[in-house]
Write a protein that binds this ligand. Structure first.
Ligand code: GN1
Ligand code: MG
Length: 372
């Protein structure tokens, strides 16, 4: 694994950590930020951990606004969790401020850093081996949106403008094909054709939003399975993390992205795309957990569109991987030359499988909704 690329003495100038520093390691979960765990030994011999994260300012251009969102949302969640007799130190991220009271700082190389509490006795997962755990992830994301239902949405900044605007993502894709800056378009012909055939799907949700039929809500926008921390003992989803994209959005984006990443038979970057299919049992588990926790706040159309949202968000994500491949891998972290193309292929294989199983997804959704 890549070595930590921060200067620890600069970090110590900024933060008051408890205990004696014993070392750090890097977490490799995300495609955007760089995350490290710092470890300290307290006087009583216990290990204290903190999460240090380098903000990716290529993706998030305005760190002040980004951190204003996160501080606002996490403080709000803290109060709700306390009022419900929960444990705010485990059930939400908490921003640790610098000695001078700032939510992040810039080091001498111009890198931006922030620090969070470490959620004790928890773990994350990349793939589901037990459907019950996926049900727990759904409940965690559903609860997260319910807790933020009355958050003052107008105070939130768009940390990445047009993040889930599939129409503008499609425009970015077309531009990348036209410009073909790194000469990769010829090696992605089937994927480019697959994308072009589905352009008419891109505006459906946005049109309904414009017409006022779908409401704007406070959404997470990146509800991957690995963005929820599970309790080591109970396997309940205790804390939703990766709050950079908490913004006004559609509930459907959150549902769709969880299905895209979690309700599948293969990893997002499985090299054999024919292994990538929708797992209907996992789809059902997630739908059930999500509707139990968030269902009462959703309108009928939001529920009816859950299967379509799963498909369109998967398509959008594949399109983003393809666009980044064509642009020369300038956005997502990649580990090898074709990584983004491989990811695009799995996403498009999943879209195709969802199209094949659309009636089944629809039937499952209606059945669960009818039962609640
Ligand atoms: C990125 O940061 P991470 O790995 O949780 C991306 C998501 C994509 C996802 C694909 C800010 O999420 O939008 O859906 O990769 N986050 C951002 O795995 O672009
Ligand atoms: Mg993440």
């Amino acid at each position: 694994m890549q070595q930590a690329s921060f200067n620890i003495s600069e970090i110590f100038e900024q933060y008051d950590f408890e205990g004696e520093y014993t070392g750090s390691y890097q977490c490799s979960d995300g495609h955007i930020n760089n995350t490290f765990i710092l470890e300290f030994r307290s006087k009583s011999g216990l290990t204290n951990r903190y999460l240090l994260q380098q903000i990716n300012t290529n993706a998030f251009k305005n760190p002040d606004e980004l951190m204003e969102n996160i501080v606002g949302v996490t403080e709000y969640l803290r109060n709700i969790i306390k009022a419900n007799n929960g444990d705010p130190d485990r059930e939400t991220l908490t921003v640790i401020f610098t000695k001078s009271g700032k939510p992040y700082f810039r080091d001498s190389e111009g890198k931006h850093w922030r620090c969070y509490n470490y959620i004790t006795d928890s773990y994350t997962c990349q793939r589901i081996d037990d459907p019950a755990v996926f049900f727990n992830a759904a409940k965690a994301f559903g609860k997260f949106s319910r807790m933020l239902a009355d958050y003052p949405i107008e105070t939130l900044h768009d940390t990445i403008p047009n993040f889930h605007n599939t129409v503008s993502r499609f425009e970015d894709f077309k531009k990348a094909v036209e410009e073909d800056t790194v000469g990769r378009a010829a090696s992605a012909k089937p994927e480019i054709a697959f994308a072009r055939e589905r352009e008419s799907d891109t505006g459906v949700l946005l049109d309904l939003l414009k017409k006022g039929e779908l409401p704007l809500r406070v959404t997470h926008n990146d509800t991957k399975l690995n963005n929820v921390m599970f309790d080591q003992k109970t396997k309940e989803g205790i804390c939703v993390i990766d709050l950079d994209t908490v913004m006004p959005g559609l509930s459907l984006y959150d549902f769709g992205d969880s299905i895209r990443f979690g309700a599948t038979t293969a990893a997002e970057d499985e090299k054999d795309a024919s292994k990538m299919k929708l797992d209907l049992e996992l789809y059902e588990k997630y739908t059930e957990g999500y509707l139990i926790t968030a269902g009462s706040s959703l309108n009928r159309l939001e529920v009816e569109l859950l299967p379509f949202a799963a498909k369109v968000i998967t398509f959008e994500c594949g399109l983003r991987f393809l666009t980044d491949y064509l642009n020369g891998d300038v956005y997502f972290h990649t580990a090898y030359a074709d990584h983004n193309l491989i990811r695009c292929r799995t996403q498009f294989a999943l879209v195709a499988d969802m199209e094949k199983n659309f009636d089944k997804m629809d039937e499952v959704t209606r059945r669960i909704y009818g039962r609640l």
